[in-house]
Design a protein around this ligand. Structure first.
Ligand SMILES: NC(=O)C1=CN([C@@H]2O[C@H](COP(=O)(O)OP(=O)(O)OC[C@H]3O[C@@H](n4cnc5c(N)ncnc54)[C@H](O)[C@@H]3O)[C@@H](O)[C@H]2O)C=CC1
Ligand SMILES: NCC(=O)COP(=O)(O)O
Length: 326
């Protein structure tokens, strides 16, 4: 049977609406159900000069592959009119309603996967709604104790121990328990969802030169090394901790199935330098498949026709691979 994926269209003032319209320019072997305000998409399609026919999604209907020129929509009402590129706190609830609807549909198997468009974390917080990111919301709403953010581009996968928190708080957040969970989830997901036998995982240190034998920080000696030792005894194929500036060189990466980095801006700039526009963000450890774009809301590009849809397409393709559609 054709698989049905739910697509959240993201921050309405950004490029999310443009990207979902771009998805409708080609056929897909799965059915894509887009959560959005139809009037917003109609207006954006006109601006971009795109011909798209909109159809209303009927839950319970038989899924059919999505066809070029057509978009299946579930209506989500926008509280306020959108000005291109201008964030509006009143519309923050719209973004969260789409996400919660998608999560509910994935949890009850209405959808085989969710693919998310970019949201703006700042405006949601400005609206008084505490929000760190999709990753954290997905864990909370699906009652999952721990998830892993992993970005992937052909030739490199980077999973993170910590995600959206101030840099000042990172060292204290890296405990043996958290590191153990992150490595277990990453290892299990690479084996089961990516069919990699005994994945070879390289782990970064936290400090410059991985602490230089304790002279530049002791987290490697006190937390990272003992955790890797323990998990290696259990049979995991782990290597490190390596200085991040050594690990992210071809000699090391050629032999890696994934890198586990300690924090967001230790791992992601390297991945984006290598594959921006052709990378995907995957949340591992959830009871369903969730993929997303590698970029943000690009407010400067909304409605211009200059947004690159490469990462969104790749996010759908990876969701198809992960759900056995390819
Ligand atoms: N998946 C998600 O929901 C993500 C959301 N964000 C959020 O996005 C917001 C804006 O973040 P920024 O740091 O400004 O990053 P950004 O990715 O929105 O923009 C950075 C630069 O890349 C360009 N760019 C981004 N996507 C593009 C695309 N598809 N095609 C062509 N050019 C593109 C933009 O024009 C800008 O010059 C923040 O609130 C951040 O938290 C950031 C990353 C991922
Ligand atoms: N850099 C990735 C990012 O910030 C997206 O995070 P999330 O919203 O998918 O948790």
């Amino acid at each position: 049977m054709t698989a049905r994926f739910v697509i959240t269209s993201g921050e309405p003032a950004g490029i999310g609406p443009d990207l979902v319209l771009a998805l409708a320019q080609q056929d897909w072997p799965v059915q894509l159900v887009v959560l959005a305000d139809k009037a917003l998409l109609e207006e954006r399609a006109e601006m971009l000069g795109l011909e798209v026919d909109f159809f209303d999604y009927q839950a319970g209907s038989k899924p059919q592959p999505s066809r070029a020129g057509q978009l299946l929509i579930e209506q989500v009402n926008l509280p306020a009119k959108v000005e291109l590129g201008k964030l509006n706190t009143i519309n923050a609830s719209y973004v969260l309603r789409m996400l919660k609807r998608a999560i509910k549909g994935c949890m009850n198997n209405e959808f085989a996967a969710m693919v998310t468009g970019p949201i703006h974390k700042g405006v949601i917080n400005e609206a008084g709604l505490k929000f760190s990111g999709h990753t954290e919301l997905l864990a909370e709403q699906s009652n999952t104790k721990q998830v892993v953010m992993m970005l992937a581009t052909p030739g490199l996968r980077v999973a993170l121990v910590t995600t959206h928190l101030p840099l000042r708080d990172v060292p204290d957040a890296i405990t043996p328990e958290l590191l153990t969970d992150i490595l277990n989830i990453t290892n299990q997901s690479l084996s089961e969802q990516f069919a990699i036998e005994s994945p070879r995982i390289l782990v970064t240190g936290l400090n410059p030169h991985a602490g230089e034998g304790g002279h530049m920080g002791r987290e490697e000696i006190e937390v990272i090394e003992p955790t890797l030792e323990q998990l290696s005894k259990n049979g995991m194929n782990l290597h490190g901790p390596y200085p991040a500036d050594t690990l992210f060189t071809p000699k090391y990466l050629q032999q890696a199935d994934a890198v586990v980095a300690m924090y967001h801006d230790q791992g992601l700039p390297v991945l984006k330098h290598m594959g921006f526009g052709n990378a995907v963000n995957i949340t591992l450890g959830l009871p369903f498949v969730r993929t997303s774009v590698d970029h943000g809301t690009a407010l400067d590009l909304a409605g211009t026709g200059k947004a690159d849809v490469g990462s969104f397409n790749y996010a759908i393709e990876v969701a198809m691979q992960m759900t056995g559609q390819e």
